[in-house]
Design a protein around this ligand. Structure first.
Ligand SMILES: C[S@@+](CC[C@H](N)C(=O)[O-])C[C@H]1O[C@@H](n2cnc3c(N)ncnc32)[C@H](O)[C@@H]1O
Length: 209
């Protein structure tokens, strides 16, 4: 009961606050201008990527999120966007969308929060056309033992107060298991605590596509 109230009130506010930070904005600016075609954005949250879509490259965006509170925050941004945007209340694990119907999928700071990430990535693979690309910027499992230890220790508490956000997801591992190529991705620590700031971003095309 208290957990549900927390997730419906505090978490949407905290997501908006944390995801609008300047280092996160710089990450968005690294990938969003490169996205093109018919786009699906999974875990669109409050729609902070919407201002970054280039109308000369992107024909339409379908943005989905399971949280009605975050979708309500995304709505005015969708209306102000330079591209046509459709918002859907849905989880990424089961998509009521046709196979091979998108040129690109976008995920920013979403892998950490999706409960069944393997299932979601299988769905992303299904809805991408052959040769399509998943564009991402995600925090995750650090390569060094010090921050990794903190990630393992803090994760049980962090995920409970942070609306299911996990600190220790191996982003490249999940992608490779799901059949995405990871060679063009970049990774580094951004400013901030190293248990939170190991980032991976860029294009992950369908392997063999
Ligand atoms: C940290 S927020 C990031 C929001 C947004 N992508 C951004 O960059 O500002 C994580 C988002 O993942 C969403 N999420 C959680 N579980 C999900 C799922 N199973 N499928 C899709 N999105 C999910 C949350 O509702 C939240 O909007």
């Amino acid at each position: 009961m208290i957990g549900e109230l927390w997730n419906r009130t505090v978490v949407p506010w905290a997501v908006e606050l944390c995801c609008a930070g300047s280092s996160v904005e710089r990450q968005r600016a690294k990938i969003m201008p490169r996205v093109e075609g018919r786009v699906l954005e999974i875990g669109i949250g409050s729609g902070l990527n919407l201002a970054h879509y280039d109308a000369a490259r992107v024909s339409s965006v379908v943005g989905l999120d399971p949280s009605p509170e975050l979708l309500a925050k995304a709505r005015p941004r969708a209306e102000a966007a330079a591209v046509p945007v459709t918002l859907l209340q849905s989880s990424a694990e089961r998509l009521a969308l046709d196979a091979a119907s998108f040129d690109a999928v976008v995920a920013t700071y979403t892998f950490c929060s999706i409960q069944e990430l393997d299932a979601a990535l299988a769905e992303v693979r299904r809805v991408l056309r052959p040769g399509g690309t998943l564009w991402l910027s995600e925090h995750g499992l650090a390569p060094d033992p010090g921050p990794r230890g903190w990630q393992r220790r803090l994760d049980p508490v962090w995920s409970r107060v942070g609306g299911g956000c996990h600190l220790d997801r191996d982003v490249r591992g999940y992608l490779e298991r799901a059949g995405f190529a990871t060679d063009a991705l970049e990774s580094m620590y951004l400013p901030g605590p190293r248990w939170l700031s190991w980032h991976t971003w860029g294009p992950a095309p369908l392997a063999g596509g």
